[in-house]
Design a protein around this ligand. Sequence first.
Ligand SMILES: Nc1ncnc2c1ncn2[C@@H]1O[C@H](COP(=O)(O)OP(=O)(O)OP(=O)(O)O)[C@@H](O)[C@H]1O
Length: 591
Amino acid sequence: MKDIKRLLPYMTKYKLKLNLSISLTILYTFARSAQPFLIGLIISELVANVLGNTPINLHYIMVITIIIAVCGITDAISDYCANYFLIDVIQKGMYDIRSDIQKKLNKLPVSFFDTHKQGDILGRITTDVDVVSVALQQGIIKIFAAFLTLFFSIVFMFIRSTFFGLLALIIFPLVYIIYRKLFQRAQPNFMKLQNELGRLNSFTTETFSSHDVIQLFNQEDHMQEKFNEITESIQETGFKSNFNSSVINPLLSSLLNLAYILIFLVMGITVLRNPLVIGGFVLSAALDIGALQSFIQYIWQFSSPIRDITQLSNVIQAAIASLARVLELLDAKEEKQQVNNPDINLSDMTGQVTFNHVKFGYSPDKILMQDVNIDIAPGSMVAVVGPTGAGKTTLINLLMRFYDINAGSICIDTIDIKTMSKPQERSLFGMVLQDPWLYAASVADNIGSGADYAERAQIIAAAKIANVDHYIRTLPEGYETFINQESSNVSQGQKQLITIARALVGDPKILILDEATSSVDTRLELMIQSAMEKAMENRTSFIIAHRLSTIRNADLILVMNQGSIVEHGTHDDLLLQDGMYSSIYQSQFDS
Ligand SMILES: Nc1ncnc2c1ncn2[C@@H]1O[C@H](COP(=O)(O)OP(=O)(O)OP(=O)(O)O)[C@@H](O)[C@H]1O
């Protein structure tokens, strides 16, 4: 219930349309419920005229018939319009939820994505929001209309006969108790089902994105087994939840039929014993034929809204589970919003970097870096090397403040990076990641995204430094060539050059290059190497090097192992030390 309340602001934002929809629903359910009552009035009048041997009161019958026609037309038109406005409100509400999720994702810390799988997040934005939207669309108006129809029907029944009105009311506590019991039984399974669907989403995203690797390592059978395990669990929880939910409808229908039989029985008795007197109390006079006809119609009509409510039970239960997953994402702890520090003049910064007694662990109980100290002069080229898992990427992650350190400080130009806002700090950096990721947009937009408001001249200048201007000009539409979703219309090496241009477009003070491990042909490799060398000129640069041949000219080489800097110096110094660097270098040289 608390979760459903959280949805309300998304709907009430569109107050006018929502109120219109609610008013029109009240109108059409009233008009619909009035019809049996009005027909009953005509029948009563006809019967009274025939039995009393009086002429048929045509005027009365005519007036009521016109009212019935007006009710019928009002019913149809307002039903249509109520749906129209409600669907509009719901779709706008879902749009708002999705954009809130998108905004939220931008505010979440990097560590959130370490613990939440991509496919699962994707499922929450797409499927879960959709399940909520369908339930609101199919459910909310039907359930609201169902309750109103029941309410108005009872009101009309009471107008005709208080006793039978009361009798009809006994159905409701019965329906409520059964519905609540079955609903509670099915709900945990619906939650499990939505989570399992999230797991399937993650699994398929992972397998599709690494399809070639799976085939390369003959992992198809293993993946198939994992897939079967998830889908079997979905099948099992899907059966349990939907079966429990689907039992509600037939069970309630049987009970309703029993209740009707009871009511008809009492009606029959009142006709035989008029008035019905129990224990000295006059409970009821027999209904006349018109009233009897209205009652029978109302009682049969009861089943329709009750059936609507019960039939929608599984849609609603699935939506409650999906809503919980959506809200969990919306409630995730955000990174603190930071304001730019006005005392910092970014354009005056030189790119000097220091790490002072930095201590860090991805989790507090597993410290990776105990005491890292580095001092890098502005404009130096720094290479970070070391075996896999040594902490090279972590060092960069900390410098970029993707994670906060446990102790110590990291400074740029003696200013602790914690005193800057993250956007302020990150505007000092250009970054070339190991995976040269491009998004579906033109080449120019891809390069331009490396800076705020990059002009065409800046884009071309960056492409020239990155040795990629000539290649771009040979493309069918030059800088306007559209790079497709998978970036499959540019080669791996060309992608790397474009990402170098992207990193340079904002003329950053500090450049980070995570050297790609995948090999490209020798000519392209030379082009990439020369692009990187040009890119590093006149700025502080960090290069995570996998091929030591690229870093011989580095001003400083940091050798990392198990989170610590175990050696540092120039290439020649380190070879003389004959330590870890020397042995890594030797092994690469030998191979
Ligand atoms: N997001 C993370 N959450 C938890 N542990 C992590 C995370 N990222 C890295 N680690 C762990 O931290 C250690 C250092 O990892 P890091 O990625 O910095 O190494 P690396 O030197 O860059 O390795 P490689 O050369 O293989 O890229 C490893 O033991 C790794 O398992």
